[in-house]
Design a protein around this ligand. Structure first.
Ligand code: PMP
Length: 362
């Protein structure tokens, strides 16, 4: 068996030890005589998996007791709607900071529910986003229900390396593509959400971490599946949860703890990102667009000098065991996603290939 280095933005590579453990437990989870996929979500075996995953996530991110952890479905996209439905709390407006495609989409969806104030937008004349606007340039409104940011833009590769201070107005963050990649202070946020399929586990699960006092004030009569309070009251089991995705996420949380937790991941991620960006900066053959201070450690977009070389670059990468380096169709070029599960050796292999390809074609 030979596994590839998978640079996909999501669904993305998972840690190999996690996949091996899942494989070993596939037919018989801990002597239960059944796969986790076959278990009733109301039975004690699954309930213990569910509770352990929640506790491990709480430990990993130091989530205070005053925050609820919800395991929901519908992806990050459904959160674009659930956030305004639940957090407007009678206020008619919310602030959005636009740093790329995902924050733009979140703002667009919120327009169905409230007045959206775009307090900063980093788009240039071509509609590209290459930096995070400084908070001193944000035009925040004191009476906004919340401030929404996307702290890592998966397409453009723009990441916040600082935490906005929005005072009494709750800060809401889409962390889909960098949650658990670095230490964060959860208490600075009103709500954090993240689709699982990048840095956590398989698709089908979205995490919501929400300060308890912010829930229970949804717009009148929201459908129960769109109400955080209902999900919190049912411990994320209002209906059948995505049990296998939660189990896999739980295995990833255990793996993270064994590796030394989020602090250790942050160290490794800095090392991997520096290695890759240093090569891209050193070799004039490649270009990057994002301001150095706002570069994502998870998603690294870059371009070759001529798009006609793209196919050859991707074919050569595949021959060397590296896949999914093609950039998003909206941005073009290449993108290497190097989440927690990408080993240093994967980035080293890519850097060696970057050198080789530039030498041959430069
Ligand atoms: N937010 C971000 C930052 C994303 O990268 C994505 C997916 N690429 C989404 C939201 C949407 O997630 P989903 O496809 O799970 O709805």
């Amino acid at each position: 068996m030979s596994r590839v280095y998978n640079f996909s933005a999501g669904p993305a590579a998972l840690p190999e030890p996690v996949l091996r453990k899942a494989a070993a437990e596939m037919l018989d989870w801990c002597g239960s005589g059944q796969s986790v996929m076959e278990m009733s979500h109301r039975g004690p075996d699954y309930m213990s998996i569910h509770a352990q995953a929640q506790q491990d996530l709480r430990d990993l991110l130091n989530i205070p007791d005053s925050y609820k952890i919800l395991f929901l479905q519908g992806g990050g996209t459904t959160q674009f709607e659930m956030v305004p439905i639940n957090l407007l709390r009678g206020k008619g407006k919310a602030d959005y900071v636009i740093t790329g495609e995902w924050s733009k989409r979140a703002a667009q969806e919120a327009r169905a529910f409230c007045q959206v104030n775009v307090v900063a937008d980093s788009a240039n004349a071509k509609g590209q986003h290459t930096f995070v606007p400084k908070q001193s340039d944000w035009k925040l409104k004191k009476d906004a229900a919340y401030v929404h940011v996307c702290t890592n833009e998966t397409l453009g590769g723009v990441e916040y390396h600082w935490t906005p201070d929005t005072g009494k107005v709750p800060l809401v963050a889409d962390m889909s593509s960098h949650i658990l990649s670095k230490q964060i202070d959860v208490s600075k946020y009103g709500l954090i959400y993240a689709g699982a399929q990048k840095n956590i586990g398989p698709a089908g699960l979205v995490l919501v971490i929400v300060r308890e006092d912010l829930i229970g004030h949804a717009v009148p009569t929201p459908p129960p599946m769109f109400n955080y309070k209902v999900h919190a009251d049912h411990d994320s089991m209002l209906n059948t949860p995505p049990t296998y995705s939660i189990y896999m996420a739980g295995l990833v949380f255990q793996w993270l703890k064994q590796q030394g937790g989020v602090a250790e991941m942050e160290k490794r991620n800095i090392q991997k990102a520096n290695l890759l960006y240093d090569a891209l900066d050193r070799l004039p053959f490649y270009s990057t667009k994002v301001n150095k201070g706002d570069r994502s450690r998870m998603n690294v977009p870059f371009t070759l000098p001529d798009a006609r070389l793209d196919e050859a670059f991707l074919a050569g990468a595949k021959e060397r065991g590296m896949v999914q380096l093609k950039g998003h169709r909206l941005i073009g070029g290449m993108r290497a996603s190097i989440y927690n599960a990408m080993p240093l050796s994967g980035v080293e292999t890519l850097v060696a290939y970057l050198n080789e390809f530039a030498q041959k074609n430069g």
